[in-house]
Design a protein around this ligand. Structure first.
Ligand code: DX5
Ligand code: ZN
Length: 215
């Protein structure tokens, strides 16, 4: 199991320090949310923000693109230091090409589904991806309540992986905390993204430890 604190909830006045803190606390990934104000009703930041942090951290930079037609920015996102890039199936008519472009740029590729999207929508690309991200809230904002019905898709993806011999990791994102994480793990999730639970905690180091102890 891997813990992926979401930078969206970090202290932007002390970004480098916040990231060092979660790295020292035993986080594995840094989840980085790029929002364009079009695919989702919010704007966050672009790849320039993490480019400067890349050299200071050994965390896996896991870039979640909430961007319409993400293929336009794949090269830029990878060059800035992404190790894994995930793109929404709802954001492009050419998901297969978007995933190919990510790999050609030298990163691992992942596909994302919103709470309203079924696993069937991504079945054709499951053999092509390193990661599948199941949104457990509607994307756009941190601090929202976990949607339990999404867990059925985590179970379906874990089943398909076993039956078809796929090797993707299953990631969950949104509303993950000490109460919802156990259900995610039981359903088959490998990577837990947590934003407000970690960075909004009085002791973020303890919050990460609490999640790790669930494994
Ligand atoms: C939401 C983002 C998440 C967000 C999660 O659109 O994709 O990564 O940071 O935040 P929490 O963990 O607070 O729900
Ligand atoms: Zn995210």
């Amino acid at each position: 199991m891997y813990i992926a604190p979401s930078m969206l909830s970090a202290d932007f006045n002390n970004l480098a320090q916040s990231i060092r803190m979660v790295e020292e606390a035993g986080a594995d990934y840094l989840h980085i949310d790029i929002m364009d104000g079009d695919f989702v009703p919010n704007i966050s930041f672009g790849p320039m923000l993490y480019q400067g942090l890349r050299a200071q951290s050994k965390l896996v930079f896991d870039v979640h693109m909430m961007v319409t037609n993400p293929e336009r920015y794949v090269d830029q996102v990878v060059k800035a230091g992404a190790d894994v890039v995930t793109v929404h199936v709802e954001a492009t008519p050419h998901i297969h090409r978007a995933l190919q472009l990510i790999k050609a740029a030298g990163a691992k590729a992942g596909v994302v589904i919103n709470p309203g999207t079924s696993v069937a929508a991504i079945e054709a690309v499951l053999g092509q991806v390193d990661q599948v991200l199941v949104m457990t809230v509607n994307p756009g904002f941190g601090g929202q309540a976990f949607i339990p019905a999404t867990l059925d898709k985590v179970r379906q993806l874990a089943d398909l992986r076993q039956k078809q011999g796929y090797s993707y990791l299953i990631e969950v994102d949104g509303g993950v905390n000490d109460k919802t994480a156990a259900d995610c793990l039981a359903a088959g999730a490998d990577i837990l993204v947590a934003g407000s639970y970690v960075f909004g905690h009085s002791d973020p180091v303890q919050a990460i430890q609490t999640l790790k102890d669930l494994a």
